[in-house]
Design a protein around this ligand. Structure first.
Ligand SMILES: [Zn+2]
Length: 261
C-alpha cells in the first residue's frame, strides 16, 4: 500500500443515496438510546483504467412509499423510523448524471449483505460481484433478511474471495470482520488525493474510530480489531477514513458530481 505504487483508480465519487434513522446506541454501544441520528447511506463509484467499479449499491426505495409496509419491514429496537430515500438520492439517476449507465458497471464490491448496501443489484447486468466467502455463505443461509431479493437473482455473477486481496492496482480489499461474518473494506490509492479508506460498516461514525468503540456487531472482539486495523492502515499510509454512515462527515465530503482524484 505504498503511496508510490502505481494506481489504476482515476476518480472516486461519493454518492449519497439515502438516510437511516437510528438510535445513537446503535452506532456506539452504550450511548444514550434517546439520542436519535439521521445517518447517511453512501456508496462509491470508481472510474478506473478497467472500467467503472461500485463499492456497495445503497438501499432500494421499493416499498418505502407504503408507510405500513415500510414500518413492518424496517422498524425495530435500533431503527425507530423507516429509512428516507428522496428522489435526489436515487442511485441510478445520479449515475446517469455522471454519464454512467447500469451496464457500464463491470465490477461491484459488496462490503456486506445488509439491505442498505445491496439495493439495485439486479440492475447491474454486466457486473461481477465480489464478496467475501463468509459473507456470501451467511447471506445465502439467511434468506428471510431485508432485500434478499436483490442478491438472490440466479443470473448474478459472483466473485467469491477469501481474505485480503488486491482487486486491481490501487484498489485493495481488506477483510474487516465483526459487523458481519465477512465484512470487507476498501483501500484506494489516488494520484492527487492519496489514500482513501472506505470503512463500510466496520463502524458508523468517525467517533467510533477516534475512541475505538464498537457499535452494531455480531462478533465484538473482531469488530474492535477491525476498527484498530483500519486506524493502523490510515496511520501507515497517511490515508483518510471515509465513513459510510457518518452524518457530520457527509456534510464536508466531496459528494458527486464532485470527486477525489
Ligand atoms: Zn449499513
Amino acid at each position: 500500500m505504498a503511496d508510490a505504487a502505481p494506481t489504476e483508480i482515476r476518480k472516486l465519487f461519493i454518492l449519497l443515496v439515502g438516510y437511516e434513522i437510528i438510535r445513537k446506541s446503535g452506532c456506539i454501544r452504550g450511548e444514550q438510546p434517546h439520542i436519535v441520528l439521521a445517518v447517511p447511506i453512501c456508496c462509491y463509484l470508481m472510474e478506473t483504467a478497467r472500467g467503472f467499479v461500485l463499492y456497495d449499491t445503497g438501499l432500494s426505495s421499493e416499498g418505502l412509499d407504503d408507510p405500513v409496509a415500510a414500518r413492518a419491514r424496517y422498524v425495530n429496537a435500533t431503527f425507530p423510523l423507516p429509512p428516507v430515500v428522496l428522489p435526489e438520492h436515487e442511485l441510478l439517476p445520479q449515475l446517469a448524471k455522471l454519464g454512467v449507465a447500469p451496464g457500464d458497471i463491470t465490477e461491484i464490491v459488496l462490503s456486506h449483505a445488509h439491505g442498505d448496501h445491496t439495493g439495485h443489484l439486479r440492475d447491474f447486468r454486466n457486473a461481477r460481484i465480489t464478496i467475501q466467502r463468509q459473507e456470501y455463505e451467511a447471506a445465502m443461509a439467511d434468506r428471510g433478511r431485508v432485500n434478499f431479493a436483490d442478491y438472490s437473482d440466479p443470473s448474478i455473477t459472483w466473485n467469491i474471495v477469501d481474505g485480503d486481496m488486491a482487486l486491481m492496482p490501487g484498489l485493495d480489499l481488506v477483510l474487516t470482520r465483526g459487523h458481519q461474518p465477512g465484512h470487507q473494506s476498501a483501500v484506494i490509492r489516488l494520484e492527487r488525493d492519496g489514500v482513501k479508506i472506505l470503512t463500510g460498516d466496520v463502524a458508523d461514525l468517525l467517533e467510533n474510530f477516534e475512541r475505538e468503540l464498537i457499535g452494531g456487531a455480531m462478533d465484538d472482539p473482531a469488530a474492535l480489531a477491525s476498527i484498530r486495523r483500519l486506524n493502523a492502515i490510515a496511520r501507515e499510509t497517511g490515508g483518510e477514513l471515509i465513513p459510510l454512515h457518518d452524518p457530520l462527515f457527509v456534510q464536508r465530503a466531496r459528494l458527486a458530481p464532485d470527486h477525489y482524484a
